[in-house]
Design a binder for this molecule. Structure first.
Ligand SMILES: Nc1ncnc2c1ncn2[C@@H]1O[C@H](COP(=O)(O)OP(=O)(O)OP(=O)(O)O)[C@@H](O)[C@H]1O
Ligand SMILES: [Mg+2]
Length: 415
């Protein structure tokens, strides 16, 4: 009751009950079982097994698109291995788990590993590469007999990969005496392997496992297991789970995306005081997440990427896509002139367009030109036009051009 005698409800109060155990829908929640990856888990287990015999595990490289359960699968098997080793007195296994995120060279990654292994707050620095590697060997020498490095996002180091053949060879090269060392690398960059030096490839690829993208039914069963715990029984309309699975399967087959979608749909129901999570909310959740994804990606674009994207947007607004590089470049020049930007040559702009293609903002189709030889590209926008204009418009430098395009686009959609 408040002063004038009326009951005032706290706005945080909700009348509906959607989640039973919300944390199960969080990114870092560890599932107990991964039946959809049983065959992959078995391969991982076989690769790690020598560690249970007191020697080095096989070097292992796990790759596949984002959200395929690579990280969670390795975690799962490493946990089981460590449990097993702990139960055996004569088995001594050390695992060093890290992500190469932001470590773009062997030197940086090595410094990062030393820092983590020391439990220090700062990376060592100011020494040459060999001395840095030596610091790592010193750390390794303090560990148990079998040492396994698990390095997630290993592709971050690109082709500066010396460390990746140094670590597995530490014993052979007499850098450490008592340890057997191996590396488990995880990557969602399918090209990383091709760009590795032959030496690194040779020492890193004892076993290679590709995580194939999940299909609809697998995503459905992944979601069902989570939903059983996460949601109050009966709040999900029939078809909601398979819709989330189908949307994710139609995109990248990512379990992460499927889970996020279901979570968002549940949250929308809760915030709107709806008792049930409906398919309509799933579609709405999809649009919100898609937009967020585009926004995040677009906000990270460089100025030249933005110019290139804006050129494709301008052609799209006028109904002139798909457009060849030459046409996009013409547009690009006029936009750069209007915005007083720095003009690149056509070849460089094409590189930017291709990079936009890789990031999913534009669709780049290759066409063969026939007997004259050579392929050419045709570009069109791959994202929602309205949303793209809105996000690009937030950038002050671009706003004059975007406003004009926005007007043209809305005039057209009103006809
Ligand atoms: N088979 C599965 N069963 C249950 N949950 C799963 C399964 N596969 C993936 N997940 C869940 O999906 C999410 C994404 O998985 P994970 O992080 O392992 O993907 P990833 O392949 O490492 O992706 P990235 O390349 O982006 O790092 C996690 O929340 C994970 O728990
Ligand atoms: Mg991962």
């Amino acid at each position: 009751m408040d002063d004038d005698g009326e009951t005032s409800e706290n706005p945080y109060e909700t009348s509906v009950d959607i989640f039973q155990d919300e944390k199960v829908l969080k990114e870092d929640w560890k599932p107990e079982k991964l039946p959809e990856r049983e065959a992959d888990l078995e391969e991982i287990r076989d690769a790690l097994k020598p560690a249970t015999r007191g020697v080095n595990a096989h070097n292992l490289f796990v790759y596949g698109k984002t959200g395929q359960g690579k990280t969670v699968a390795i975690d799962h098997e490493i946990d089981l291995l460590q449990d097993y080793a702990q139960g055996k007195d004569d088995l001594n296994v050390s695992v060093v788990k890290t992500s190469a995120h932001n470590q773009t060279t062997s030197y940086q990654l090595c410094a990062h590993l030393v820092k983590e292994m020391r439990g220090a707050s700062k990376k060592p620095s100011g020494i040459d590469q060999q001395s840095m590697f030596d610091l790592l060997y010193e750390e390794i020498s303090q560990l148990e007999t079998t040492v396994i490095f698990v390095i997630d996002e290993i592709d971050t180091i690109g082709s500066d990969d010396e460390l990746l053949y140094e670590i597995p060879r530490a014993r052979k090269n007499d850098k450490v005496e008592d340890q057997w060392v191996s590396v488990v690398g995880i990557s969602n960059d399918l090209q990383f392997r091709d760009n590795l030096s032959p030496k690194a490839k040779d020492s890193l690829y004892d076993v290679e496992i590709e995580f194939a993208p999940y299909e609809g039914p697998q995503l459905t069963s992944i979601l069902e297991r989570r939903a059983d715990r996460a949601f109050v029984s009966g709040v999900l309309d029939e078809g909601v789970i398979s819709l989330c699975a189908a949307i994710a399967a139609g995109d990248e087959g990512s379990a992460r995306q499927a889970i996020r979608l279901l979570y968002k749909a549940g949250e929308l129901a809760l915030n709107r005081d709806q008792k049930q999570v409906s398919e309509r909310l799933v579609y709405e959740a999809r649009d919100i997440l898609q937009r967020k994804r585009i926004e995040e990606g677009m906000r990270r674009l460089t100025t030249q990427d933005q110019f290139a994207l804006l050129s494709v947007v301008a052609l799209e607004v006028h109904g002139n896509t798909p457009a060849r590089t030459r046409e996009v470049y013409k547009k690009y020049k006029s936009i750069v002139a209007q915005l007083d930007g720095n003009q690149l040559v056509e070849r460089r702009v094409r590189d930017h367009l291709q990079s936009l293609g890789m990031q999913g903002f534009v669709f780049a189709e290759t066409r063969n030109t026939g007997i004259q030889g050579g392929a050419h590209y045709r570009f069109e926008l791959n994202t929602d036009l309205e949303a793209t204009l809105e996000i690009l418009g937030e950038d002050n430098q671009l706003s004059t051009v975007v406003t004009k395009l926005d007007q043209i686009a809305s005039r057209k959609s009103n006809i």
